[in-house]
Design a protein around this ligand. Structure first.
Ligand code: PEP
Length: 258
């Protein structure tokens, strides 16, 4: 299975700044076999960055941060995943900021996962418990609910086109009083996710779904996180905005996974 390093820039960097950042990456990154690197700039920068990547013949991929689940129509202000075809290879779906700030529900996410697959774009489905849910011992139930909620209409062939990102909300750097997740915490949750997938799709299929970890990843902890059994890559927020850090994490991934 490939190793995925995905940078989520959230609502940061102008179009010009995004292009300068990408230029730096293009100069510094040498991709290795089995390593997939993707960046998720804001929607307005996707088109120009895709041209920049095409001109440089780089294998770095683009990832959307979000989209609307209908393919087209009277949905003022929205961008559909169909409109993103040919521009991005991936899209984040159900990031906790979408769930908790914008009120996205399991039903929305079920439709988004289906829309992404229908349009040949790989959804990176984010799941993870809040601090409260964790303290009440509800992690397993939350993960089950979020996985089943988003994937219940996806069959075994299509689930192989999905990536899951385990992002405990309490470990995301922008969460108030965020904590650093220990490799043991992550290993337990990744096992739960894998066993949930196994229950729905069977062992063989469950082992083909990449699971990424995201939450306060930086160059100091990336190596430890990448060696957790069952972790196939990282989804990085804050640290991916610093190009030196993102490049360092990519180098670490090359070493750890080679
Ligand atoms: C994220 O929000 O997806 C994330 C992982 O953020 P950070 O790395 O800043 O914790």
């Amino acid at each position: 299975m490939k190793t995925y390093i995905v940078g989520n820039w959230k609502m940061n960097l102008s179009v010009g700044e995004s292009s300068i950042y990408l230029q730096k990456l293009l100069k510094r990154i040498k991709l290795a076999k089995g390593l997939e690197v993707a960046i998720a700039p804001s929607t307005i920068a996707l088109q120009s960055l895709s041209v920049q990547l095409e001109r440089s013949k780089s294998k770095i991929k683009l990832c959307a941060q979000n989209f609307y689940q209908k393919d087209y129509g009277a949905y003022t202000g929205e961008v559909s995943v169909m409109q993103l075809r040919g521009i991005v290879n991936y899209s984040i779906v159900g990031h906790s900021e979408r769930r908790y700030i914008f009120g996205e529900t399991n039903k929305d996410l079920r439709q988004k996962v289906a829309a992404a697959i229908r349009n040949n774009i790989t959804p990176i489905l984010c799941v993870g418990e809040t601090e409260n849910e964790r303290s009440y011992g509800e992690t397993k139930d939350v993960l089950r609910d979020e996985i089943f909620g988003a994937l219940s209409e996806i069959d075994a062939d299509d689930v192989k086109k999905v990536i899951i990102a385990y992002e405990p909300v309490w470990a995301i750097s922008s969460t108030k009083d965020a904590k650093i997740a220990s490799p043991d915490d992550i290993a337990d949750s990744v096992k739960l996710i894998r066993s949930e997938l196994k229950e729905i799709y069977g062992k063989e299929v469950s082992e083909e779904v990449p699971i990424l970890y995201g939450g306060s990843v930086n160059p100091n902890n990336a190596g430890a996180y990448l060696t957790i059994p069952g972790v196939n890559g990282l989804l990085i927020g804050g640290s991916s905005l610093i190009s030196d850090h993102f490049v360092d994490i990519i180098e670490i991934a090359k070493r750890v996974k080679s």
